[in-house]
Design a protein around this ligand. Structure first.
Ligand code: SF4
Length: 453
């Protein structure tokens, strides 16, 4: 199903759409307030973009430097070419330790690789420990946002889910009491876990350590209780030096949720005595994206979600309408790299207003890349037939002055004389579903200009 079709389903619940839109706009405003209390915010964005640019240009060296240093620290390093290999590596580690229960903090990479269903097929129970992630896991849904995975749900929805799965009283919707119920439920899972899996926000080549940012401390609790820690990262998470980290930590939480810093910024450098630590470095299409001149810098993304919070299309269509692990503007650039045909509607899910580019902390030219994907999708014949035909007709009309004038005249006459039921027919003119057509002028601008010069 295309993005627009899925979005129209989301839009049927007007109250939820409005609330979703307003909530994310509130987060965007928090981001603005927190960003501009530091006068050097724009310089930080420049610097972050330059550090990432440099890193991407020497990725091979930095990844190997990271591996060398991690090995020195006693960490096991694994390389996975794709999602399948990533999942198999994780499974092999878990099997070696006879792990049957694992706790997992937020990791978009494991979502991308569909690790949870894979492990469950092998009789390994995975519990997501980030509160938002646990809510959607209980509901058997995918995250709808990379930072706020359950943002499409209201507290009443969470109350009902917890009532069904955690036995909270029917109708309970007090956020504090619901959080406390989740806390009690998760404590037990932490204590029972045989292994802890985490994502990685940054991997530092110079020290061989990984940095994980959370607001709930769930990554720390999991790692410090279990005997095995597996950290999974896409290879673009690498940064060269320890000193570079402060640039990104100052930008990440400000851009994501409007906080000065995440509550926990945890550094994992070596295994605890008696424990084991693994890092799995994944490609899964990233090398291909790195080789695309127009799109390689999308790999600078630090997954803050700011482009989603500001995007007028994302806010009104909901994350699930993108049908991709990373929704919103950045997901619409990343997804065609993996499957152009399947995700061909996503680069069109944008007004190209450029607001995403304006807020991106690493200065990815998101709206420019969306426009470039549209061109490539058009050239590669991945557009639906209806769009292809209408674009062909439009290009003929716009290329000929005579045809343009004629079609203008025809349009003005037809709108005037055709019955409302035809001009507002939903299948002929979906644009008019929620709009009135403008009043038709007597003359075109050209005719007026000729007379009035
Ligand atoms: S593209 Fe930029 S704004 Fe969007 S999630 Fe990535 S870093 Fe954040």
């Amino acid at each position: 199903m295309s993005h627009s079709k899925k979005a129209s389903i989301f839009n049927k619940d007007i109250e939820r759409t409005t609330w979703h839109d307003e909530t994310l706009w509130f987060v965007r405003q928090k981001r603005d307030k927190m960003a501009y209390v530091i006068p050097e915010f724009q310089q930080l964005r420049d610097l972050a973009s330059q550090i990432k640019e440099h890193t991407l240009s020497q990725l091979d060296e930095y990844l190997l430097e990271f591996e060398r240093n991690a090995l020195k620290n006693g960490v096991h390093v694994h390389w996975a070419a794709d999602a399948k290999e990533h999942n198999e590596i994780v499974l092999k580690i878990l099997k070696k330790h006879k792990a049957k229960k694992i706790v997992k903090s937020k990791s978009m990479l494991t979502e991308e690789c569909h690790l949870n269903p894979f492990l469950q097929q092998h009789a390994i129970k995975v519990v997501d420990t980030d509160l938002g992630e646990r809510i959607i896991q209980l509901r058997d849904e995918a995250p709808s946002h990379i930072v706020l995975p359950a943002i499409h749900l209201k507290k009443e929805d969470v109350g009902e889910t917890f009532h069904q799965h955690l036995n909270t009283p029917k109708g309970e919707k007090d956020p504090q009491r619901l959080t406390e119920a989740a806390r009690q439920h998760l404590r037990e899972k932490f204590v029972q876990a045989d292994a802890a899996l985490t994502g990685v926000n940054f991997a530092i080549a110079e020290t061989g350590s990984v940095v994980v940012c959370t607001n709930e401390g769930n990554a720390d609790l999991g790692v410090n209780l279990a005997k095995v820690h597996i950290a999974c990262m896409g290879f673009e998470k690498i940064i060269p030096r320890f000193n570079d980290l402060s640039v990104f930590t100052r930008l990440l939480a400000r851009s994501a949720t409007g906080q000065p810093i995440t509550t926990y910024t945890s550094h994992f450098t070596k295994p605890r005595p008696g424990a084991e630590m693994h890092v799995v470095i994944v490609d899964n299409g990233r090398t291909q994206q790195l080789g695309r001149e127009d799109f390689y810098n999308s790999l600078k993304c630090i997954r803050c979600g700011a482009c989603m919070n500001t995007c007028p299309v994302y806010r009104r269509s909901g994350g699930h309408s993108y049908n991709f692990t990373v929704p919103g503007p950045i997901g619409s650039i990343l997804s065609p790299n993996l499957d152009l045909k399947k995700h061909s509607s996503l680069p069109f899910a944008s007004t190209l207003c450029g607001s995403c580019t304006e807020v991106c902390p690493v200065k990815i030219d998101i709206h420019v890349q969306l426009y470039k994907w549209r061109q490539q999708i058009g050239e590669s014949n991945a557009l639906p037939m209806s769009k292809k035909l209408s674009m062909k007709v439009m290009s003929k009309v716009l290329a000929s002055s005579k045809l343009f004038s004629f079609s203008g005249k025809m349009g003005r006459t037809m709108i005037k004389w055709l019955p409302y039921s035809m001009t507002h027919n939903k299948s002929v003119n979906p644009w008019a579903k929620a709009r009135e057509l403008p009043e038709v002028p007597e003359h075109s601008f050209r005719e007026w200009y000729k007379q009035n010069k």
